[in-house]
Design a protein around this ligand. Structure first.
Ligand SMILES: Nc1ncnc2c1ncn2[C@@H]1O[C@H](COP(=O)(O)OP(=O)(O)OP(=O)(O)O)[C@@H](O)[C@H]1O
Length: 369
């Protein structure tokens, strides 16, 4: 991949609203089981996507995300359950309809671009069912939309990493599939480019109206892209909901830890309050004496000031991240310093005594066994 070209790539996507429109399909995983190497990888996996919906499948490495996508694509057979696209049975034990008969578009690492075909030929490849004129027109609509109209005769190796990604997108949406399956579509791009490509890809997905299942291990990416986010753990959905639901009410401590870093305080509940060195935290769902973990998000969970009300603490570490300060604050009664991120403030220095105030909106309480 051309690293230098990535860094200087202009942001010249085609005009928004010009991608071809698909007839969105529904997708249903109905108690799917897959075993690989004698181990269950998908374990009664259930998930339904409504037509036009974008769902992000989020999970740790090895949780089964790619396997779920491969089942939807028809590359991975199932040992139990059923997969339906638009209500039509596509996968069941002993039956796997091939990928080309599913009406799907794929953006997978292992369905990479054809290196020996030109940019235009790469897109035409998926349009063989159309007549030459219609295929050319549809391919050019897609290439224009991703800003590659002038590169038709180039070969993939002549494109930057970001442009290759755009070509992969153009190729997958050109046949106007009802369902798009995307596996870690931006993982090969550097951070700055990833944001542009992700935002434009999201715009294209919205324009085409194709139902989309996007696999990612990046919580921020999932929360930005997904109408809903499905959290996968050991081959099962641990939680599903909108980004706001998942973020504000993670199902358990493990889910919360996966979504953001946390400061954790182990304590007990008394009269509906979890007692912490930072003051009491409401825990109305827990009985008296229940052992809980209070989890404080570095962003928004607590804030520090040089003066004013709050619990006394001392800054033991400070890093500057372009407009944001990353602090570690030592507090009496806490073994580990508390991580806090907040807008940069020149008045707050290493070693300084500060007052710390909790923002209960970003503080979570979980039960402990
Ligand atoms: N062909 C195979 N044979 C045996 N085990 C496999 C095979 N393919 C995948 N696995 C195992 O299945 C589990 C799930 O793999 P999968 O690729 O679906 O996970 P993932 O969530 O997509 O992970 P990643 O984010 O690392 O890609 C892993 O533990 C993996 O080692």
């Amino acid at each position: 991949m051309a690293e230098a070209a990535q860094a200087v790539e202009p942001q010249n996507w085609g005009p928004r609203g010009t991608a071809g429109v698909s007839f969105a399909a529904s997708l249903e995983f109905d108690d799917i089981c897959v075993e690989l190497g004698g181990r269950p990888v998908l374990d009664n996996f259930r998930l339904s996507l409504r037509p036009g919906e974008i769902v992000c499948l989020l999970g740790e490495s090895g949780s089964g995300k790619s396997t779920a996508l491969r089942v939807a694509a028809g590359i991975q057979p199932v040992s139990a359950g059923a997969l339906r696209i638009n209500g039509e049975l596509m996968s069941a034990p002993g039956r796997t309809v091939t990928p080309d008969r599913r009406g799907i578009g794929l953006m997978f690492q292992d369905y990479a671009l054809f290196p020996h075909l030109s940019v235009l030929q790469n897109v035409l490849y998926g349009l063989k069912r159309l007549g030459r004129t219609a295929a050319l027109e549809q391919a050019r609509v897609s290439l224009r939309r991703v800003g590659l109209a002038g590169r038709e005769n180039d070969y993939p190796h002549q494109l930057s990493g970001g442009q290759q990604q755009r070509l992969a997108l153009a190729r997958s949406v050109a046949p106007r599939p009802g369902l798009l399956l995307l596996d870690e579509p931006f993982s090969s791009l550097d951070a700055r480019l990833r944001e542009t490509v992700r935002d434009e890809t999201l715009a294209v997905l919205r324009e085409t109206n194709a139902t989309s299942l996007v696999v990612t291990h990046d919580p921020e990416e999932a929360m930005i892209m997904g109408d809903r986010v499905a959290l996968l753990r050991q081959g099962r959905i641990a939680q599903i909901g909108t980004a706001a639901e998942i973020y504000s009410r993670p199902v358990d401590l493990a889910a919360a830890r996966f979504l953001s870093p946390l400061g954790e305080i182990e304590t007990a509940v008394r009269a509906g309050m979890a007692e912490t060195p930072l003051g009491p935290v409401p825990a109305p769902d827990f009985a008296d004496g229940a052992r809980v973990t209070v989890a404080i998000r570095p962003v928004g969970g607590a804030r520090i000031a040089a003066q004013g009300p709050g619990i006394p603490g001392r800054i033991v570490s400070r890093r500057d991240a372009i407009g944001i300060d990353l602090f570690e604050v030592k507090l009496d009664g806490l073994d580990v310093p508390l991580g806090i991120r907040q807008p940069a403030d020149g008045a707050l220095r290493l070693g300084q005594d500060v007052s710390v105030v909790l923002n209960l909106e970003h503080v979570l309480v979980f039960g402990r066994d």
